[in-house]
Design a binder for this molecule. Structure first.
Ligand code: PSV
Ligand code: MN
Ligand code: MN
Length: 390
């Protein structure tokens, strides 16, 4: 090995798995324009086929997360079987209560019991789908909130949210889990019902053991120390999953590690420190990204490689030496140990490691040379291209 990745570190890398989102393969954009691209999937099966390419070239992405109703199909057994044939599994099921007129003023928090019922039933449908696809996690992100002070009863909405979540949680069976994602603003601009990790933590803690927090790295105010939140949730045993992406301004959904690789390193260091990559870790790692202008499959390959690369660098931190420096109050010494690991180029070691596992040393180049993009561009003509959403 070109870098000193210990056998323990290699074992961590060997079990690293990052779920990719089905919606990353559809066309996406901003409210100004969505650009179409050749070869874009037209249905959930084609999204799964594209997702499988990421795993084929990296060995890092054995599951694809789906979003309901975007990925609604008649036969979930067929979708699950198709995924297995492609070498991947169906992962987390994401609910969607943000694209229906009925949810203008809320879904799980709505004042009207009939609308809450509809939203809860949608989650029941998602849980039924999880039973068919063998998915463990139901991920709930709520677009609920208000735009003007006085518009909504903040307290009443928290109470109704808890009641709705209780019903959904009670419907889970076996090892199924519920993860509740937070986001500080958007689409609501004054208040959001689940704006931060504390609210998510309070809500899921009242449910039970199999309810946990989902941390989306793009969902914090600028300047937030995200690795501190990672540490705290791991310490509390409530970090259920990550939605990885990166951002310069708001919820940009850019390639993870692109905007701030050092932040990703710091997050992954706390993940390792807190046991989040141990064998029995409850933490699920996912991407939640959109590729508006770059090619989608290579964008996803780049993303999982970025996570792997920063994990490898975080594994290089000499934790014993760091603890000694910390205890001695050696500020600059401790910082140097941390930075030495961050500044180590692990790419040659990872290339070697990939080769030793029968994977291409350079997954980006191998995908580009595979002809897959040319093939889907020629084959997928006609029909309606999937977009962020359907
Ligand atoms: C909301 O911004 C979010 O991060 C949630 O995870 C949604 O499910 C996802 O984006 C949809 O792209
Ligand atoms: Mn997300
Ligand atoms: Mn988001």
């Amino acid at each position: 090995m070109s870098t000193p990745l210990s056998p323990d570190s290699l074992a961590v890398l060997a079990r690293q798995a990052i779920e990719v989102p089905s919606w990353a393969y559809g066309n996406s954009g901003t409210r100004f324009k969505v650009f179409g691209t050749p070869g874009t999937p037209r249905d959930p099966f084609e999204k799964v086929a594209d997702a499988a390419q990421v795993h084929r070239y990296t060995g890092l992405a054995p599951a694809v997360a789906i979003h309901i109703p975007w990925d609604k199909v008649e036969d979930y057994d067929a979708l699950t079987g198709y995924a297995h044939d492609q070498g991947v599994a169906i992962g987390t099921v994401n609910s969607n209560t943000f694209q229906d007129d009925d949810y203008k003023f809320g879904a799980l928090t709505h004042e009207d019991a009939a609308i809450r019922r509809k939203a809860i039933d949608h989650h029941f449908e998602c849980i039924d789908i999880m039973g068919r696809t063998g998915s463990r996690d139901l991920k709930i992100w709520l677009a609920e909130g208000s735009n003007y002070p006085g518009q909504a009863d903040l307290r009443g909405r928290q109470d109704r949210l808890q009641e709705s979540l209780q019903e959904i949680y009670a419907r889970l069976s076996g090892d199924q889990r519920l993860v509740l994602e937070y986001k500080f603003f958007e689409p609501a601009f004054y208040h959001t019902d689940v704006p931060d990790w504390g609210t998510s933590y309070a809500q899921v803690s009242a449910l039970g053991e199999r309810a946990m927090v989902c941390l989306d790295t793009g969902h914090h105010a600028p300047g937030t120390n995200i690795e501190f939140i990672v540490m705290q949730l791991l310490r509390l045993g409530k970090l259920g999953s990550f939605d990885f992406n990166s951002r310069f301004y708001a919820d940009d959904d850019l390639i993870v590690g692109a905007a701030d690789p050092f932040q990703l390193f710091r997050i992954l260091f706390e993940v390792l420190r807190g046991g989040g990559l141990d064998e029995d870790s409850p933490v699920a790692f996912m991407l939640d990204q959109c590729h508006n202008v770059e090619d989608k499959i290579p964008g996803q390959i780049r993303s999982v490689l970025n996570v792997q690369e920063m994990t490898a660098r975080a594994l290089l931190v000499d934790r014993e030496a760091l603890a000694t420096a910390q205890r001695a109050g050696d500020v600059l010494g401790a910082n140097a140990i941390f930075m030495d690991a961050y500044q180590t180029d692990v790419r040659p070691a990872l290339a070697e490691w990939r080769a030793s596992r029968g994977l291409p040393e350079d997954p980006m180049a191998a995908y580009a040379a595979s002809g897959y993009f040319e093939k889907i561009s020629a084959e997928r003509v006609g029909g309606t291209q999937a977009s962020w959403g359907a």
